[in-house]
Design a protein around this ligand. Structure first.
Ligand code: ZN
Length: 316
């Protein structure tokens, strides 16, 4: 079997593993990302590739990056959570590993994984959104990734949503990401606890009374365990997500919407309100097929798998 090394450079951790042509994963490892130093990130990725490549010699490398990839597909133009600015990542990895390297935005790589081997297997067009700390997006149209004129298509999290709203990591105010993501869930949960509402007691207990320790993950866990207040917090995120999806679906008309990322662990608690909001808000929603909203299947390794599949395909 032929293998490539797939890598996902995230804002907190880097994941690497061997990826087969059909998306199987072998020997994956997770290490912290040295986010503030581009050379250190390269060194970390090279070390991961060398470690992973000991058992099976890889023929190429595919890297998903939490950032904008430029039109050449070789450089990271900008990454809000990583020290990459106009950085020649593919070239640097090739020089240090002697392997050909492709790079792709992590959410776009995730969309490719879901299209090829995940929830979207068999459809020809899909929109994949990743509801994690941020809100990422990737689009497949007519069996090809939609990269756009400059390589940066799919930034659904930064659709303007609320005029003069919450400040976003991108520097703008009121981006959808600030209202439909794990960060939004965390903020809403903290506001709820700070309000002193009696129903917030389980949340307060779960974070040992320290509101700063309250995270979206904790809310998701309590919601899945049946806490009604946390279920409502998740449903609010789902409703906003569904409204946002209606804008994206109106433009893209995908056959399917795939929802992944940490908050998607809430499953139907997130997806059902999103479906209802999408159908209610989508133009002609009652008179046209509304695309199904499905939970992602490729899990936490999706960007790594998608990047690996892209490396296989470019190495043919
Ligand atoms: Zn933004």
């Amino acid at each position: 079997m032929s293998w490539v090394v797939g890598v996902d450079i995230g804002g907190t951790k880097t994941v690497a593993g061997l990826v087969s042509k059909t998306g199987e994963v072998l020997d994956s490892i997770i290490v912290p990302t040295p986010t503030h130093d581009a050379d250190a990130i390269v060194a970390t990725v090279v070390e991961c590739i060398n470690t992973i490549g000991k058992s099976h010699k890889p023929r190429a490398v595919g890297i998903g990056v939490a950032g904008l990839i430029d039109v050449t597909g070789r450089n990271v133009a900008f990454a809000p959570h990583l020290a990459f600015v106009d950085f020649p990542l593919a070239q640097r990895i090739e020089e240090q590993t002697q392997l050909s390297c492709v790079i792709e935005n992590d959410a776009t790589a995730t969309a490719w994984a879901e299209y090829r081997v995940g929830a979207g297997h068999g459809v020809h067009s899909l929109l994949a959104v990743t509801v994690g700390t941020g809100l990422g997006g990737g689009v497949v149209v007519s069996d090809a990734l939609m990269r756009g004129a400059t390589g940066t298509a799919g930034e659904v999290g930064h659709i303007p949503w609320v005029l003069d709203g919450v400040l976003c990591a991108c520097g703008a105010r009121g981006c959808l990401e600030q209202y439909a993501s794990g960060s939004a869930l965390t903020r809403h949960a903290r506001e709820f606890v700070a309000s002193g509402h009696l129903d917030a007691q389980p949340l307060l207990t779960a974070c040992d009374g320290d509101i700063d320790q309250l995270t979206g993950n904790l809310v998701t866990q309590l919601a899945v365990a049946g806490d009604h207040a946390c279920m409502a917090l998740i449903a609010d995120i789902g409703t906003t997500l569904g409204s946002g999806l209606s804008a994206m679906v109106a433009v893209l008309d995908p056959a399917m919407v795939v929802v992944g990322g940490g908050v998607s662990a809430a499953g139907e608690l997130l997806l059902q309100p999103a479906r209802i909001a999408l159908e209610q808000r989508l133009i002609g929603g009652a008179h046209r097929p509304v695309p199904p909203v499905m939970k992602a299947q490729c899990g936490e390794l999706a960007a790594m798998v998608g990047a690996g599949l892209l490396a296989h395909e470019s190495a043919i």
